[in-house]
Design a protein around this ligand. Structure first.
Ligand SMILES: C[S@@+](CC[C@H](N)C(=O)[O-])C[C@H]1O[C@@H](n2cnc3c(N)ncnc32)[C@H](O)[C@@H]1O
Length: 223
């Protein structure tokens, strides 16, 4: 994708944010395209959804479960910042000694995802390069989210993108719901994975549906 094609369908405001994200990614990872969130089509979807996040305190406090290389966090936080609505950012990821195993349904085989201490350091460098202050909990989500609940922390947006297999997405969603303020947004990633799909279906049935695209679905709690 050429430079012109990359930003062609975006408004000036959108392309200015995406350009700054791409510049930060290039500085740390030597690539402007990290994953779907740094692609213009998915970026536009996120931009439109994030414009609707209610924030009773004026700013959007954001929790991301599964930060990996930091790409989605930087995209989401940069969009909120461009709206003048970025509050606190908290991320959760254990960053394993030797990565972790997962079996993406579209691959049909088990792979080792390189989510390690080195990945964490690169993610932190990306946040710094993007000018973002992030509080990171280096722990599994079930433990870190219970700590946040006990500490009475609440968020306006929770993005669940951790372990997508077994009961993990169910536990993350249940704990995420406890961490949301009334009227806040819950966003799930990889809703087509077998163990995420039923969670997304239940959310669609019992929460207000905001929008979906690029494997993500966004829901709103009752105010
Ligand atoms: C798909 S990646 C996240 C990608 C990232 N959100 C992005 O789009 O740039 C999943 C991440 O979840 C983390 N993870 C795996 N098991 C976890 C657990 N039990 N609790 C929290 N995070 C976990 C992995 O270390 C990995 O970094």
């Amino acid at each position: 994708m050429s430079e012109v094609e990359t930003y062609a369908d975006l408004t000036e405001a959108e392309s200015s944010v995406l350009r700054s994200v791409h510049d930060a990614c290039a500085a740390v990872y030597r690539t402007r395209q990290m994953n779907e969130t740094t692609r213009p089509d998915c970026f536009r979807f996120l931009y439109s959804v994030l414009g609707k996040v209610p924030a009773p305190n004026g700013k959007v406090d954001y929790l991301e479960v599964g930060s990996f290389k930091g790409a989605s966090l930087v995209v989401i936080a940069s969009i909120l910042r461009s709206f003048g609505r970025l509050g606190e950012i908290v991320s959760i990821d254990p960053y394993f000694a030797e990565g972790y195993e997962e079996t993406p349904p579209f691959m049909g085989k088990t792979i080792v995802k390189p989510s390690t201490e080195g990945t964490m350091r690169s993610a932190f460098r990306l946040y710094e390069t993007a000018g973002l202050t992030v509080t990171h909990a280096r722990d599994i989500s079930s433990k870190a989210m219970i700590d946040l609940i006990r500490a009475d922390r609440r968020f306006d947006l929770v993005y669940i993108d951790g372990n997508h297999e077994k009961l993990n997405p169910m536990v993350d969603t249940a704990l995420g719901l406890q961490l949301l303020r009334p009227g806040a947004f819950l966003m799930l990633d990889d809703i087509n994975w077998p163990d995420v799909k039923p969670i997304a279906r239940l959310c669609r049935e019992h929460l207000r549906f905001v929008g979906n695209g690029f494997g993500k679905a966004c829901f709103q709690l009752e105010a």
